[in-house]
Design a protein around this ligand. Sequence first.
Ligand code: FAD
Length: 322
Amino acid sequence: MSVLVYTESENGKFKKNAFEVASYAKAVAEQLGTSAVAISFNADANNDLGTYGISKVLNVTSNQLQTFNAEAYAKAIAEAANKEEANVVIVSSSANSKYLAPILAGKLKAGYAPNVVEAPSNTTPFTVKRTAFSNKGFAHTEITTDNKIVGVSNNAFGIVENNADVAVEDFSPSLDDTDFAVKSVEVDKVAGKVTIADAEIVVSGGRGLKGPENWGMIEELAEVLGAATACSKPVSDMGWRPHGEHVGQTGKPVAANLYIAVGISGAIQHLAGVSASKTKVVINNDAEAPFFKAADYGIVGDAFEVVPQLVEKLKEFKAQNA
Ligand SMILES: Cc1cc2nc3c(=O)[nH]c(=O)nc-3n(C[C@H](O)[C@H](O)[C@H](O)COP(=O)(O)OP(=O)(O)OC[C@H]3O[C@@H](n4cnc5c(N)ncnc54)[C@H](O)[C@@H]3O)c2cc1C
């Protein structure tokens, strides 16, 4: 028996969420008195995972699996779970993991609890705490099936070092053409920019910025912080920013360590998608803007004065601490 964790990678390198889910898997394995095994696809530097308590990595190397394919990845993970006799499988809350987890649940006849924010409070019955109602509340959920899938929320459990000797094993799942009935033929990715999903920091602009010509200062603030840029729904609806930047209930979810909202009122539909972020900073010239109630830090002021000063101070700070 073991706990299996799907560790995501890109261009051979593990994503940050791989280390978080590995840390979570180790915590669950300790609770169950067993070891944590990872499955990775076309990843190098597998020894990295030993730092977070993984004792074995099943590494799948396959040209067919260079691009994410939910059906094929789910089949491979199911095969790995059966091989390792793992009845708990841990995945992240990335779009890819949320896509494959229900398919995997079907294959393993497993119960699946997504958006989990803590290690299980109990293992019999297996009980996890999850965010619910668009992050407005928590649900304590029991998974009563023999096999269980836990989807860990980004930046919720954190990365925990827990050195283990790690063995790396090649793993060749038995896949055939039917597993690739639906496949991506081309992936067009924005190059050289931090994506919202992977970002530690997100700088987001709203209608208070008046027009697309004013986004230079948002991009500058994002650049100095190494952050991704995002926006409210009306901003992308009006074509000021690309739709891929729209965050909120109907846009991308944000669970960053730091979310900076500039000229955004904090409508409930916006907050629903961003409130899982650890620290929220709001810059708005209206002291009554609802976002201030959800903020950890707030600046009441004109964005056109505050943001350039913030950029200048951050640049100074970086120069002094370089
Ligand atoms: C079904 C549904 C789904 C939705 N989904 C989403 C969603 O996913 N994401 C989303 O964002 N919205 C969503 N909305 C829209 C949402 O209700 C709000 O209309 C929207 O979030 C408002 O965007 P905003 O804050 O940029 O604009 P506004 O509400 O117009 O707010 C602009 C803010 O900028 C401030 N401001 C103005 N000038 C300055 C200045 N110079 N300096 C500083 N601050 C300034 C103002 O005080 C104000 O608070 C949805 C709505 C519906 C009905």
